[in-house]
Design a protein around this ligand. Structure first.
Ligand code: ATP
Ligand code: MG
Length: 351
């Protein structure tokens, strides 16, 4: 059904520019660290594109999901505020995208109770994304919160009746859980009105974005300390790229299968300049890893210079960032309260 999901996603992508108002998008990030250029190229730039097409968008800062695999909250509040500066600097517009934190929206979290009744433990145990997260947990016993986090994600998507969720292929099982819960809610507890289910079944919008590798050649990831943060300075960026892993072949080619580290630097350069990766590789040719790193550093620093300048201004105005978050939380609470009323009415709990 990957083929079917892809076809459906392509059809929606073609329609979205024509009928942006038909859709509502939910995306989000866990504030487990500072956002990096993998986030920018992998998801933030796409969110900005969709928002600018006119699609109403919700962006959850998933603070409650930080604790599903950690013993504490870490630099939670720092990460949240840093992420706010990143989002706005990258072009997320709070007038068009509602940014909110999980923990500030009680009615969203209350949806977990009825939703948990609609899924079985064997179904949760089978979820491939949960299995994958487990593999990266270094043998840490799984918390109940991690086991049920696809259900929490369903609450994120359904509380605002989002019908479109931009994801990578690996995230399709989550969307399937959400569709299952929407359908079962309808079958078991009822409808908003006789001809209208309480929840839409959301579609995945499959992203073609490449997975960006970190400077050690494994996936760029907050928790692996191999990232170039959006908010780093040009000097910090240059120092990190200088240390990036490459290989022994001086002739630069774009060959992600056989030369992942070199190809990742080529791809980053291409993403930053708008060139094709093959053209970047040809341009550098026999210049070797040194020339590639120089080109990559210049391209990244040039592309992110205006974003970083805006970001510094935003970070200097914490009051404004907090106000944006408070306004987003207020809007999310209105939406969540209305949805919870529908849910309780459908369940005959509207006393
Ligand atoms: P953690 O280490 O806490 O898992 P992370 O850096 O992997 O953090 P996530 O919060 O797991 O980031 O990722 C959020 C979303 O950002 C992903 O679903 C994906 O769309 C995008 N993303 C993250 N890392 C990359 C990357 N290296 N390349 C492309 N996209 C990425
Ligand atoms: Mg991750």
């Amino acid at each position: 059904t990957l083929v079917a999901s892809q076809a459906r996603s392509d059809a929606i992508e073609a329609d979205i520019g024509v009928n942006p108002g038909k859709y509502r998008i939910l995306t989000g990030d866990r504030p487990t660290g500072k956002l990096h250029i993998g986030h920018y190229f992998g998801s933030i730039s796409n969110r900005v594109r969709l928002q600018n097409l006119g699609v109403p968008s919700m962006l959850v800062v998933a603070d409650y999901q930080v604790i599903y695999d950690r013993d504490g909250v870490g630099d939670l509040q720092d990460n949240v505020m840093s992420g706010m500066a990143d989002y706005l600097a990258c072009g997320i517009d709070p007038a068009r995208t509602t940014i909110f934190t999980h923990s500030s929206v009680p009615a969203l979290n209350q949806l977990l109770l009825p939703f948990l009744s609609l899924i079985t433990v064997p179904e949760l145990n089978r979820n491939p994304t949960v299995k994958d997260e487990m593999e990266h947990s270094g043998g840490r016993p799984m918390s109940g919160l991690m086991l049920t986090f696809p259900v929490h994600q369903a609450a994120d998507i359904l509380f605002c009746k989002a019908n479109l969720v931009p994801v990578g292929k690996d995230q399709l099982p989550h969307i399937e859980v959400t569709r299952l819960i929407a359908r079962r809610f309808d079958e078991r507890y009822g409808r908003a009105t006789p001809d209208q289910p309480v929840f839409p079944e959301p579609d995945a919008l499959l992203s073609a974005a490449p997975s960006i590798l970190g400077l050690d050649g494994t996936k760029m990831s907050k928790s692996r300390h191999n990232t170039i943060q959006i908010g780093m300075t040009a000097d910090e960026t240059a120092k990190l790229i200088k240390k990036a892993k490459t290989d022994a072949d001086r002739h630069i080619t774009y060959d992600p299968q056989n030369r992942p580290e070199v190809s990742n630097l080529v791809m980053l350069t291409a993403l930053a300049t708008g060139e094709k990766p093959e053209d970047v590789a040809a341009r550098i040719g026999d210049g070797g890893g040194g020339a590639l790193k120089k080109a990559c550093t210049e391209a990244i620093n040039e592309m992110f210079a205006p974003i970083r300048a805006r970001r510094l201004e935003l970070e200097a105005d914490q009051g404004y960032l907090r106000q944006v978050l408070h306004e987003g939380n207020a809007r999310a609470n209105e939406i969540a309260d209305a949805t919870l009323r529908d849910v309780l009415a459908a369940m005959n709990m509207d006393y």
